[in-house]
Ligand binder design. Structure first.
Ligand code: HEM
Length: 379
């Protein structure tokens, strides 16, 4: 019975696909003018096509990044970048690292400096090509900013734009986090050396109404906002409460699970800090039903996050029809995670082991504590 009710709710949500807005050049191009990538992205934005893909090219790149063979293959340089990013984003405990969490947030903060009346901005690399990164909105992003600029300095000469590097970083980080979706990844965005407008990123103190309107102006509806917010499942905040630097937003930081949704409305362990914005959105009548759908709904959330993030990653991009796809360079999705340090993690969540802050991805290395490891997986 509950399955039937859930299915009815789900299909009611999916009929809203018609209401999903198009963006960029897809707003004006006729179907007959669309490339195969243009058609796929249009379908993803309209919720009629999955944004996840398991297509993997497991072979070695055709040559070193400098080789003629590599230069002749559009995705070759991205394969080398993917190797580097995957190593940086994968923690020794198997959780994704601080850099991974930063990469997901950096992708959001570059793209979301845009509204549907903006003439520039969006996923254009400007967060790192200008002084945007120094704005207080971007507190907490300095480590990933430094690392991404280093990757840009290394790979820009092979035609890699900052805008693409940031969005590829977000997608690689997402799939490196255990249980994270493997989001289709497109390249060909143009860089912009002008800083975007201020006041377009959300604050932790904003009301649900303000946040829903802020995201609606970016063509992100309440449903997609709830799906995107689930990225806080990996989070360990630094600046919301500076006396509790590194405290997580659910009891499983570094894992792309759905604990965040249930713990925001429930009673998590004392170390978990709930953002006021998340609490507000978990209760608002426009967002609460979808919030509840994601509690215990890992596969549903992954599906919806992938579509919503595809939209986010293309805000302000006006050449969507000309983009190319390099999803095949992403590492495989990690559909289960064996937690080998639960005893230690539980003590940390109860308020002990302060020295683990920001190092949960390395927790097992600090202690060597191994218990009977519970395994979580996508249901
Ligand atoms: C209502 C909208 C949102 C608000 C108010 C918000 C606010 C915040 C704040 C205050 C932090 C902690 C920063 C710090 O103190 O270090 C944070 C972390 C984070 N946010 Fe959001 N956020 C929102 C939406 C999103 C979205 C849409 C995404 C991605 C799609 C995202 C991804 C992340 C990630 C991955 C972190 C963790 C960073 C880390 O652990 O270093 N957030 N967010």
């Amino acid at each position: 019975m509950s399955g039937t009710v859930a299915q009815l709710r789900r299909s009611a949500l999916e009929t809203r696909a018609d209401a999903k807005q198009l963006i960029g050049d897809l707003k004006t191009l006729k179907d007959s003018q669309l490339t195969s990538i243009g058609k796929d992205i249009k379908a993803i934005l309209q919720y009629t096509l999955s944004a996840e893909s398991s297509t993997i090219d497991a072979s070695a790149p055709p040559g070193t990044v400098d080789s003629a063979a590599c230069k002749a293959d559009l995705c070759c340089v991205w394969k080398w970048i993917s190797y580097e990013m995957t190593a940086a984003f994968n923690g020794t405990s198997g959780r994704c690292t601080k850099l991974a969490r930063g990469a997901v947030r950096l992708g959001f903060h570059d793209a979301a400096v845009w509204t549907n009346t903006s003439t520039s901005g969006g996923a254009d690399g400007s967060i790192l090509l200008t002084n945007e990164i120094d704005r207080s909105d971007n507190n907490g992003l300095s480590a990933i900013a430094t690392q991404t600029k280093a990757w840009y300095n290394k790979y820009n000469k092979y035609g890699v734009s900052m805008a693409d590097l940031i969005q590829m970083g977000a997608n690689i980080a997402t799939v490196v986090c255990p249980l994270g979706p493997r989001v289709r990844s497109f390249v060909g965005r143009k860089d912009n050396a002008n800083a975007g407008a201020t006041g377009l990123l959300p604050a932790e103190t904003d009301s649900a109404d303000k946040l829903i309107k802020l995201f609606a102006a970016k063509t992100i509806d309440a449903h997609d906002l709830v799906a995107l917010l689930g990225a806080h499942t990996t989070s360990q905040q630094h600046f919301v409460n500076t006396t509790r630097d590194g405290d997580p937003q659910d009891s499983t930081p570094g894992i792309w699970d759905v604990q965040f949704y249930g713990e925001t409305t429930g009673s998590p362990p004392p170390r978990v800090i709930k953002f006021r914005s998340d609490i507000a959105l978990s209760k608002d009548s426009r967002t609460q039903p979808e919030w509840q759908q994601f509690v215990g709904g890992q596969a549903h959330w992954n599906t919806d996050y992938a579509k919503a993030y595809t939209r986010m990653s293309l805000l302000g991009v006006n050449n969507i029809n000309d983009l190319k796809e390099c999803t095949k360079v992403l590492p495989p999705a990690r559909t289960s995670f064996t937690n080998q340090d639960q005893v230690l993690l539980d003590m940390w969540l109860q308020g002990q082991f302060n020295q683990l802050n920001n190092m949960v991805d390395d927790a097992i290395m600090l202690t060597g504590v191994i218990t009977t490891p519970p395994t979580v997986s996508i249901g």
